[in-house]
Every structure is written in structure tokens, then in C-alpha cells.
Write a protein that binds this ligand. Structure first.
Ligand SMILES: [Zn+2]
Ligand SMILES: [Zn+2]
Length: 103
């Protein structure tokens, strides 16, 4: 019987689930990163109702694209507006397809 060494393979296709999840999240990071930048530039305040947020409820503050194009993300933040989820919803409910196409 030939002796076969069972070498532990470098696991490449068999990564731990949490590592895969981490990668998936990282691949979605572009949208998250402009959000962070916008919050930094414009502050944790809704541009419409002037409601202020802090780190605890900052997830309620979202980034709206003024020109309706989510791919237009100038680094100076000129196309971003921080809106709370309520105002953002209101803003988008005005157009049938939302401002991403019509505004
Ligand atoms: Zn608001
Ligand atoms: Zn919007």
C-alpha cells in the first residue's frame, strides 16, 4: 500500500464563513464610504428638518444625491445632502421613480 502523505491543503475554496461575509461587506464599501464622507462634510444633521443626530442614531441619517445620480460622488460633497430617513422618503416619494431618475 503506497504511503500517501495527507498534506493539509492550503484552504482556498473553503474559507470560514465569517471571512467570506467580511469580503462581501468590503465589496459593498463604496456606497458606505461616501456616506461616511458626507456625514463628515455636512455634519450629523438633516438638511431639511434640521434634526440633529449623534453616533447612536446616525443610521437614521442617509445621503441623498442632489442631482439624482448616485454615481456622481464628488469628493467635496457638493452632490450630497444628509437627510433623515423621513425626509429622504418624502423627497423620493415626490417622483414616480424616485429622484435617481427624475429629479
Ligand atoms: Zn429630516
Ligand atoms: Zn435620495
Amino acid at each position: 500500500m503506497p504511503y500517501r502523505r495527507q498534506r493539509p491543503k492550503k484552504v482556498k475554496n473553503d474559507r470560514p464563513a465569517d471571512e467570506i461575509i467580511r469580503d462581501l461587506k468590503a465589496s459593498r464599501a463604496p456606497s458606505a464610504s461616501y456616506r461616511e464622507r458626507s456625514l463628515k462634510i455636512h455634519g450629523l444633521i438633516c438638511a431639511k428638518c434640521a434634526r440633529e443626530f449623534d453616533h447612536k442614531d446616525r443610521h437614521l441619517l442617509t445621503v441623498h444625491h442632489r442631482d439624482g445620480n448616485p454615481r456622481n460622488n464628488p469628493p467635496d460633497g457638493s452632490n450630497w445632502e444628509n437627510l433623515c430617513v423621513y425626509c429622504h422618503e418624502d423627497e423620493h416619494s415626490r417622483g414616480l421613480l424616485g429622484d435617481y431618475f427624475s429629479e
